[in-house]
Design a protein around this ligand. Structure first.
Ligand SMILES: Cc1cc2nc3c(=O)[nH]c(=O)nc-3n(C[C@H](O)[C@H](O)[C@H](O)COP(=O)(O)OP(=O)(O)OC[C@H]3O[C@@H](n4cnc5c(N)ncnc54)[C@H](O)[C@@H]3O)c2cc1C
Length: 413
C-alpha cells in the first residue's frame, strides 16, 4: 500500500486548495475524487460564471456575514482572505472583476476558467489527482485514520483532509459521505438543512414569466400579515415560485416563518418611487393613452412578457379605454406594482439548495488549524463544516480559506 504525507478526499474548491497548498509546502499529496472530473459543482456556481469571492476584505466584517459562527472563521480568513484569493487567481491567469454588490467574478464570465485554474494549480504543485475513485470509509484505530478504503483499494497517509462538501445538488457528487464518517468517528453534527433555496408559491402564473430577471426590486416577508424581513436587490420567478439572490438570502427566515403561520411576500417592482409618486405616474400614463385600450398602455412600465399576467391579475378589461379606468381599478394596478402579493407554500429541498447549513460541529474542530479534536490526523475543510454564509461569494471564500489552512497544517508531518 503506497503511503502519502497527505490524502485529501473531495476535489471541490476546498479539497483542491487544501491539496495544492499542502503540496506547495513539500508534502506528497494524493487527492481522491469520486467524479470523473474535479470541481463539478464549481462549474454551475454563479449561473456558470462563478462568484469566487466578495470584495469585503476586512476579515472581521467578512466573518459577520456568517452569523454567530463567523468568528470561528477568523484565523482562516487572516491566513488566506479575500486579498490573497484575488492575488491567487490573478497569478493563475484568471483576471477577476468586481460586480454589483461587491460580487467578484472571473472577467471571462466562465466558471470553467476557475475550475481549470484550480486543477492546474494542484497538478503543478505536484498533487496526484485520482478521479473516479470513491472513498468508502476511513479506517480509524487508536484515534488516527490508519487508511482509506476506496473503490480503488486502500490508501494511507500521515494526515487526511476531508472536503466532501454537503448535501446540496446531489447530482454533483455531494451525498454527505463525510458527515457519516465524521459522526462515526465521534464528531458532533449540527443537523444538515438545505440553505439558500428558491421558494414555492401558490401563484401558478410565475411559470409564464420565469425567464427574466427582476432587477432592483424590494421583497417584504410577512407572517400572518406582520412584516418580519425585507430585502432589496435581484430576484426572478421560477416555474414553481420565486428565486434569485434576495430570495435565497431570505430563505432560512422563510422556512422558519412557515412554521409560524401564513407566509406572504410583497413584491415592490418600483422601490425607488414612493407609492404616491408612482400613482401620479400611472395617472399620467393613463392620460397619455387616454383613447387607447388599457391593454396597450403598460408598455413603458413593464417588460412585455409580464403584461398579460398583469392584465389578468388586475382584472381590468384590456379593451377598456384608458380614460374609463376607474380610481378603484387604478388603485388595484398600483398595488400590483408596489405590493404584489405572493403566497409562499414551501421551500425547495437539498435538490436545489445552493448550500447545506449545519455539518461538522465547530466544537469538534480546532479552527486555528482545521484539525479534528477527535481524530489526531484528520482535518476538515469547506462546506461540510457548520458554517454557511449568504450569496455573494462568501461560501466559496470559506472554502478557499479553510482549504488553505487545512492544507498547510496537514502538510506538517
Ligand atoms: C447552483 C449553485 C451555485 C453556487 N454558486 C456559488 C457562487 O457563485 N459563489 C459561492 O461562493 N458559492 C456558490 N455556491 C456554493 C459553492 O458551490 C459551495 O460552497 C462549494 O462548492 C463547496 O465546496 P466544497 O469543496 O466544500 O464541496 P464540493 O464543491 O461539494 O466538493 C466536494 C467534492 O467531494 C467529492 N466527494 C464527495 N464524497 C466523496 C467520496 N466518498 N469519495 C470521493 N470524493 C467524494 C464530490 O464529488 C465533490 O466533488 C453554489 C452552489 C450551487 C449548488
Amino acid at each position: 500500500m503506497k503511503r502519502y504525507d497527505v490524502i485529501v478526499v473531495g476535489g471541490g474548491p476546498a479539497g483542491l486548495f487544501a491539496a495544492g497548498f499542502a503540496a506547495r509546502r513539500g508534502a506528497q499529496v494524493l487527492l481522491l475524487e469520486k467524479n470523473a472530473r474535479c470541481g463539478a459543482k464549481l462549474l454551475i456556481t454563479g449561473k456558470g460564471r462563478c462568484n469566487v469571492t466578495h470584495s469585503e476584505d476586512d476579515p472581521r466584517k467578512f466573518a459577520e456575514f456568517f452569523g454567530r459562527n463567523g468568528r470561528a472563521l477568523l484565523t482562516a480568513l487572516y491566513a488566506f482572505g479575500v486579498k490573497e484569493v484575488v492575488a491567487f487567481f490573478e497569478e493563475q491567469g484568471v483576471a477577476l472583476t468586481v460586480e454589483r454588490g461587491g460580487r467578484i467574478f472571473p472577467q471571462s464570465g466562465e466558471a470553467r476558467d476557475v475550475q481549470r485554474a484550480l486543477e492546474s494549480f494542484a497538478r503543478d504543485a505536484g498533487v496526484e489527482l485520482r478521479t473516479s475513485c470513491t472513498v468508502k470509509q476511513p479506517l480509524i484505530e487508536d484515534g488516527r485514520v490508519q487508511a482509506l478504503e476506496t473503490s480503488a483499494g486502500l490508501f494511507s497517509a500521515g494526515n487526511v483532509v476531508l472536503a466532501t462538501g454537503g448535501l446540496s445538488y446531489p447530482e454533483t457528487g455531494c451525498t454527505g459521505d463525510g458527515y457519516a464518517w465524521a459522526a462515526a468517528s465521534g464528531h458532533r453534527l449540527v443537523p444538515a438543512e438545505p440553505a439558500l433555496v428558491p421558494v414555492h408559491l401558490r401563484e401558478s402564473w410565475t411559470a409564464e414569466v420565469s425567464h427574466f430577471n427582476l432587477r432592483n426590486v424590494r421583497v417584504t416577508l410577512t407572517v400572518e400579515g406582520k412584516k418580519v424581513d425585507e430585502r432589496f436587490g435581484e430576484a426572478f420567478f421560477t416555474s414553481t415560485g420565486i428565486g434569485g439572490p434576495i430570495i435565497l438570502d431570505m430563505s432560512s427566515r422563510i422556512r422558519e416563518a412557515l412554521k409560524q403561520g401564513k407566509v406572504k411576500l410583497l413584491l415592490d417592482l418600483k422601490p425607488a418611487v414612493a407609492i404616491e409618486l408612482f400613482d401620479k405616474r400611472l395617472q399620467r400614463e393613463l392620460a397619455e393613452h387616454s383613447n387607447q385600450d388599457f391593454g396597450n398602455s403598460l408598455g413603458s412600465l413593464l417588460p412585455r412578457d409580464m403584461i398579460p399576467v398583469f392584465l389578468r391579475l388586475v382584472g381590468i378589461d384590456p379593451r377598456k379605454k384608458c380614460h374609463s379606468v376607474t380610481r378603484t381599478e387604478r388603485q388595484r394596478l398600483l398595488k400590483l406594482f408596489k405590493e404584489l402579493e405572493l403566497e409562499v407554500t414551501g421551500c425547495e429541498g437539498f435538490r436545489r439548495a445552493i448550500i447545506t447549513s449545519g455539518g461538522v460541529s465547530l466544537q469538534d474542530i480546532d479552527m486555528r488549524s482545521m484539525r479534528s479534536r477527535q481524530v489526531a490526523n484528520l482535518f476538515f475543510a469547506g462546506e461540510m463544516i457548520d458554517l454557511d454564509g449568504p450569496t455573494g461569494g462568501f461560501n466559496l471564500q470559506e472554502c478557499w480559506s479553510t482549504g488553505y489552512l487545512a492544507g498547510i497544517n496537514a502538510a506538517i508531518a
